[in-house]
Ligand binder design. Structure first.
Ligand code: SDX
Length: 430
């Protein structure tokens, strides 16, 4: 980053203060206010962090107005079409696309970490069979710290790398175990002869009684969906991982915190909510009513899968997802009325002034649920898949923070509007 200019702030008391303006390689300049409180005895106030840059990062760049998403400089459209999830994971973690030997070595490392400690399978038995798989993910991923003490020293680069690889490798295994547990089928072990996405589909859908044939179209779509969900700058769950990590918490605990944040319907839980919403709409004749409700502030209703804090144009991932949706349904010869309904909903919303004026476009979650449903995933697993994919983004951002020698514990302040100091009154006089 470079400092090019300064910004002047004048307080109500008439004092003026200069703050450095820093420029990155892309995107808006930032006003460096790290010394603001010491200088002016004022805090900034930005609930929801709509105007706040929380860190410097080299991993992902988003231009919300242009609908641009770059991972280490590479457009998401190129990565989705030309790369694969292992290669994108290497890129996220190490900053460059791997050459053939680097890719082979990285893929082998991930493959050979896909098994989980056998004791971990006991964990599942404590959950009800109908437990939401995201609840299981929060619990089991956080518990990994109890099994892998040899990779929790965050000051040791090698241990950070091992923990990162373990998390990327074991998330699909734990996710598939959560699903198998919910349907009462035996856990399926990972196989070292299968690529990442194929291995996941096998652990999810194969049973001991017969051979499971992996449909290459589905494996390719799964890999693409992982790429599309891999990272997204400082979103709520990534910021949660960074904040948890800033205290020195171990990476397993930090990723469990990210999973918890992602679960919310305003964030990663939206893909599950989109499908529920499409099923509730049921028929395109009901779309005008749902649009009307979404526009009515007092309803508290939101059109799930629409809108975004950063994108005020199409989410480029949604466009790739829509194309993939058509490819998968065609390959499976599935006529899903929900896809027609979703496309009609998108068409009508994008012609409606409310959505146009507020720049509410379909986001990554709008089409993903339809593909996942066609691939055989239950709705309750949709956000789990998002968490599996996002783990590489979370852990890359976590590493970037820990490796920054200037990183500090995150500790925001507040605008206090509670009671001023007052004397305690005994209960007899209350
Ligand atoms: C993800 O941050 C990320 O990068 C997240 C993510 C990632 O990869 O990590 O991209 C993944 O979380 C995608 C978003 C999935 N969530 C949904 O689809 C839920 C529905 N969307 C909304 O809840 C909302 O759009 C958010 C949460 C996504 C964004 O909320 P913001 O930025 O806080 O915007 P806002 O709530 O201030 O809304 C601005 C205006 C408001 O109206 P006014 O107060 O200005 O009159 O737009 C309206 C909102 O009421 N609005 C919507 C709407 N989204 C915003 N109105 C109807 N339906 C919607 N979906």
């Amino acid at each position: 980053m470079t400092q090019s200019k300064t910004a002047t702030l004048t307080t109500p008391e008439g004092q003026s203060y200069e703050f450095p303006v820093l420029s990155g390689t892309l995107g808006p300049d930032v006003i460096d206010i790290r010394k603001l409180y010491d200088s002016t005895d004022h805090f900034t106030f930005d609930p929801g962090y709509t105007s706040t840059g929380s860190c410097e990062s080299k991993i992902t760049y988003i231009d919300g107005d242009k609908g641009v998403l770059l991972h280490r400089g590479y457009p998401i459209e190129d990565l989705a079409e030309k790369s694969d999830f292992m290669e994108v994971s290497y890129l996220m973690l190490h900053g460059e696309l791997p050459n053939a030997s680097q890719k082979a070595e990285f893929t082998k490392s991930i493959t050979y970490h896909t098994m989980v400690h056998e004791q971990l399978s006991m964990f599942f038995r404590g959950f009800r069979r109908d437990a939401h798989p995201m609840a299981i993910m929060c619990g089991v991923v956080g518990a990994l710290a109890a099994f892998y003490h040899d990779s929790t020293d965050i000051t040791d680069a090698r241990q950070r790398e091992i923990a990162s690889y373990r998390l990327i490798a074991k998330m699909p295994t734990i996710a598939a175990m959560a699903y198998k547990y919910s349907v009462g089928q035996p856990f399926v072990y990972p196989r070292n002869d299968l690529p990442y996405a194929d291995n996941f589909l096998n652990m999810m859908f194969s049973v001991p009684c017969e051979e499971y044939k992996i449909n290459p179209v589905l494996a390719d779509a799964m890999d693409k969906i992982f790429i599309l969900h891999a990272d997204h700058e400082q979103n709520a769950s990534t910021s949660t991982v960074r904040l948890a990590g800033s205290s020195g918490a171990n990476p397993f605990a930090c990723i469990a915190a990210g999973i918890a944040s992602l679960w919310g319907p305003a964030h990663g839980g939206a893909n599950e909510a989109v499908l529920k919403q499409l099923n509730e709409i049921g028929h395109k004749d009901n779309i005008p009513e749902i649009i009307k409700k979404a526009k009515d502030k007092s309803s508290g209703f939101r059109l799930m899968g629409f809108g975004h804090r950063v994108y005020k144009n199409f989410d480029p991932r949604a466009q790739v997802m829509r194309r993939t949706c058509h490819e998968v349904l065609e390959a499976l010869n599935i006529e899903d009325p929900l896809l027609d309904l979703a496309m009609e909903l998108e068409r009508i919303a994008l012609e409606d002034d409310y959505f146009v004026s507020k720049k509410l476009y379909p986001n990554v979650d709008f089409y993903s649920g339809i593909i996942l449903k066609a691939m055989g995933f239950p709705t309750s697993m949709f956000t789990v898949l998002f968490a599996v994919a996002r783990t590489v983004g979370w852990i890359s951002q976590w590493n970037e923070m820990i490796e920054d020698p200037a990183h500090k514990i995150g500790r925001p302040r507040q605008l206090y509007t509670g009671p001023v100091q007052r004397d305690y009154t005994p209960i007899s006089s209350r």
